[in-house]
Design a protein around this ligand. Structure first.
Ligand code: SUG
Length: 446
């Protein structure tokens, strides 16, 4: 089968779900994660669901690539904490201290690559290079363990300094709390033309401001968003930093990509997405001008905030099919939420069709289709400089499917995390994957 031709445009880098995918209830404010704590997980099914989503996009002609899973359990982290002895002993001691600590070291949360980094395309930056800032994800321990590996893998895949600039993650302090592209939108006339970048925060970092939420503590800070816009050399007149609606955060909208989605010049959003949605839209319209801003807005009377969260409607992927026409790739849960299903079937004009995709294993941890991917806009020349081993094509799809079926367990219960065999199995799997993706020495165990 012929490999995808390298052309400029938007590439989706999906996180391949790792062999230790489990439900540990670690993400407070994320209702699915809280609800499914200690459920049996199905790592093989999770990885296959993610891979089928990638295949779906590839077959529709979208540019699809892969980010490999992280090494889990993170034994080096346990060593840093002072645990020692055999791997089995370390697992047991960590579990004894706190089962949550052990599950944090085992979390496969690196799969949600929308949180891995903020990426600014060269069309937006003043030095005309693509800028990457891996997220520090400091809000939760299990996610904070991702940033070092994310930095390593992004530097490996985008290694050519003529095109790519890699910033270190922001300092891992609550003032600079950063959750990556899940709180970052881009609007433009075409992917490769200059765009407007929109950063969405939940609170201000200084003076322990909680952004006026009453239940959940917001993750992203204004200071983190502003710092990234500055590092990425974005033009202030093409950058917007806005606050998410605290009411939405309290309803379980822990990232902006659970309530708003953009593609090219289309914004698909709930009226309660932002603190002052109307004035934000005016600012976007002014900054994107002369390109017209196309809006699809959803009202609370049609879909409540609770239904936004349970269905993950806005975590659908907007797939452009022709000028001003899109397909929506939605999680299956949208089909089973009556108000959302009715709304989707009433859509016409801009969003022409809806396809439902099962990513249930990820959804149970609060991660929908859009959470599983990092968007990277590349010119043709930049695309040629990307490590080719991670670009998806049919042959690679088949190899990955076999690899998942060979190495992944069918089920994992919380107590299975004490099984030292899971360490060897995961390391063997990642070692073989490095060969498949032609990536050398990116894992600490190698
Ligand atoms: O950070 N869930 C992730 C889900 C991330 C979704 N990403 C986007 N919206 N872009 C989170 O809340 C749950 C892990 C657990 O409980 O085992 C978790 O981390």
């Amino acid at each position: 089968m012929k490999k995808n031709k390298l052309v400029g445009g938007e590439y989706n880098f999906d996180g391949l779900v790792g062999p230790t995918h489990n439900y540990a209830g670690l993400a407070i404010g994320n209702k699915a994660s809280m609800k499914n704590k200690s459920q049996i997980s199905h790592p093989q099914k999770a990885a296959l669901e993610g891979l089928e989503k990638m295949k779906f996009l590839m077959e529709k002609g979208f540019k699809q690539a892969i980010l490999p899973p992280h090494e889990r359990p993170d034994l080096n982290f346990l060593k840093k904490l002072g645990f020692s002895g055999s791997a089995e002993m370390m697992l047991k001691s960590a579990w004894k201290l706190s089962p949550a600590l052990l599950s944090a070291c085992y979390s496969a949360s690196g799969m949600w690559t929308a949180n891995s980094a903020v990426v600014s395309p060269s069309a937006d930056t003043q030095d005309r290079k693509v800028h990457f800032t891996p997220a520090n994800l400091q809000s939760y321990l299990h996610r904070s363990l991702e940033s070092a590996q994310t930095s390593r893998i992004l530097k490996y895949i985008f290694s050519d300094s003529r095109y790519f600039v890699h910033h270190p993650p922001l300092p891992a302090h609550p003032v600079f709390s950063d959750e990556g592209a899940a709180n970052h939108n881009r609007l433009c006339s075409t992917y490769l033309s200059p765009g407007v970048e929109i950063f969405v925060y939940g609170r201000q970092g200084f003076f322990s401001n909680n952004g006026k939420t009453k239940i959940f503590y917001p993750r992203q800070t204004k200071e983190a968003s502003e710092m990234i816009a500055f590092h990425h050399k974005l033009l202030p007149e093409k950058t917007i930093v806005v606050q998410q609606n605290p009411e939405a955060i309290d309803a379980g909208v822990f990232h902006n990509d659970v309530i708003c989605s953009t593609d090219q010049n289309l914004i698909f959003y709930h009226e309660k997405a932002f603190l002052d949605t109307e004035s934000i839209l005016q600012e976007i319209e002014q900054k994107i001008s002369p390109t017209p801003l196309l809006k699809v807005s959803v009202q609370t009377q049609d879909i409540s905030l609770n239904e936004v969260v349970s269905s993950y409607l806005f975590n659908s992927q907007l797939l452009p099919i022709s000028k001003n026409k899109w397909i929506l790739l939605s999680p299956k849960e949208c089909q089973t939420t009556p108000s959302v299903r009715d709304y989707l079937y009433s859509l016409k004009d801009l969003i022409q069709k809806v396809c439902f995709i099962p990513v249930r294993q990820s959804m149970w941890n609060g991660g929908g289709p859009a959470c599983l991917r990092l968007r990277v806009v590349l010119t043709e020349e930049e695309a040629r400089a990307v490590h080719p081993g991670v670009l998806l094509h049919h042959k690679l799809y088949k190899k990955l499917k076999n690899w998942i079926q060979k190495h992944y367990r069918d089920r994992l219960a919380p107590e299975d995390l004490l099984d030292p065999l899971l360490i060897t199995e995961s390391q063997n799997a990642l070692d073989e994957l490095s060969g498949i993706l032609q990536i050398k020495n990116i894992y600490p165990f190698q």
